[in-house]
Design a protein around this ligand. Structure first.
Ligand code: PMP
Length: 415
């Protein structure tokens, strides 16, 4: 195994893990916080906070061109983090990891470069019905600009992509196929390797939106065989405003730059500019240096526990949550796919999702409410808004019980 996400069995001690996250140790309205808004953003461990603080307190310097000591330290830490991210997703080269502001910017980067270069009038881009707005709108705008067609693969009543239809919809004119590894609203885990193979067989480029998968289970971009993989640091315990795009070298080499300016050039004159090598060609201007370093610390943190251990624990906890939530009368879970992650979107009869979330909040239970940036799929399920509880490695069975009690209380208040 070249990937450092080792399979070594480690003991998973949730109480010890909780102590790593200072923000979990607080009360909201006098009740101990139960944080279940993890699909929106995860809490940060001391390891990430400390590294970020250390950068600003001690190291603070710009990267890459500095001769002085601090600049070298900052560059080493920033480039060292890139290597950690490479290893984490088993990319072949660190130059295939482009730092971005997050998953959204990573998708926009591909749409604006590879997309503009390769999608023309009459071509098609294929996505699925369950996509986050971040994996819809950039493709929609690209298709509008180019006179291309955005096609949308259907999802069945359990919230699974209809694979036969998906495969049938990939045609000669399909230039890009983009889909989520795990849905942020339905929880569905898509058979990403199979879907990628279907697209590749027809010669289409593939982009996987990994925003929800990367914190929860092993991702190996070479095994998946995808061309692009987009993800954010903040959902895997890293800083906000930091993320990455993995791209296959051959494609990245062929693509024009995304933004223009400092750092992404190799030489500039008023007559002609030549661009820098990978990955810097796609990283114009001073980046989020502390964010990148913090991202690397988040990778270290996850690896110190073991991604397989995290997956095992979260699956167990999800099974528990699933049984408990399903037992609540009048509660409907949206998204019942066979293979699903630790995300539960639900509606409760007679209660608006926002009212429900507000009552839960007063009970100290933080969940998300609304359309979850997935308006089309919620419309398909006939619900304008849902409440969503998303489980993470630091959540416990007691917290699931608190969620259930709070929902029961909300039902009594609203019913
Ligand atoms: N895709 C999915 C599936 C997501 O859940 C999210 C975040 N909610 C995004 C994309 C966008 O991620 P970010 O806001 O970090 O760019």
């Amino acid at each position: 195994m070249t990937n450092a996400q080792t399979t070594t069995a480690k003991t998973f001690d949730v109480e010890k893990i909780r102590r790593d996250f200072p923000s979990l140790n607080q009360s909201v309205y006098g009740k101990p916080l139960v944080y279940l808004d993890n699909a929106a953003t995860a809490q940060k461990p001391n390891a990430v906070i400390d590294v970020t603080e250390h950068y600003y307190r001690v190291v603070n310097a710009n990267i890459h061109r500095g001769v002085h000591r601090l600049s070298q330290l900052a560059t080493d830490a920033y480039e060292g983090a890139r290597e950690k991210i490479r290893n984490f997703i088993n990319a072949e080269k660190a130059s295939e990891i482009i730092y971005t502001r997050g998953c959204t910017e990573a998708i926009n980067l591909v749409a604006a470069t590879y997309g503009r270069q390769n999608v023309g009038a009459g071509d098609e881009v294929l996505i699925t019905e369950m996509e986050h707005h971040s994996n819809i709108v950039p493709w929609q705008a690209l298709c509008e600009e180019k006179g291309a067609t955005l096609r949308v693969a259907p999802v069945n009543e359990r919230g699974e992509v209809e694979l036969e239809a998906f495969e049938r919809m990939i045609g000669e004119r399909t230039k890009i196929v983009a889909f989520a590894h795990q849905s942020n609203s339905l929880g569905t885990i898509n058979p990403a390797k199979e879907m990628t193979r279907m697209a590749r067989e027809k010669g289409a480029a593939t982009l996987i939106d990994g925003a929800q998968s990367i914190p929860h289970f092993r991702v190996d971009v070479r095994d998946l065989g995808c061309d692009f993989y987009a993800f954010s640091a903040h959902k895997m315990y890293g800083p906000t405003g930091s993320g990455a795009l993995y791209g296959r070298e051959e494609l990245l080499e062929s693509m024009p730059p995304y933004q223009l300016g400092g750092d992404m050039i190799s030489a500039v004159s008023f007559e002609k500019t030549t661009y820098n090598k990978l990955p810097y060609k796609f990283e114009a201007g001073t980046p989020n240096i502390a964010g990148g370093i913090g991202f690397g610390a988040a990778v270290d943190y996850v690896e110190s526990i073991g991604i397989d251990e995290i997956e095992r624990y979260e699956r167990e906890l999800s099974d528990y949550a699933w049984e408990k939530l399903r037992a609540i009368e009048g509660l409907r879970i949206i998204g019942t796919a066979e293979d699903r992650g630790a995300v539960f979107s639900f509606v409760v009869e007679g209660a608006h999702a926002h009212d429900l979330a507000t009552i839960l909040d007063v009970e100290g239970v933080a969940v998300r409410a609304g359309h979850l940036c997935t308006q089309p799929i919620l419309k398909k399920f006939g619900v304008p808004a849902v409440a969503r509880a998303a489980v993470s490695l630091y959540n416990t069975r007691e917290e699931i019980d608190r969620l259930v009690e709070a929902i029961e209380k909300a039902k009594r208040m609203l019913g």
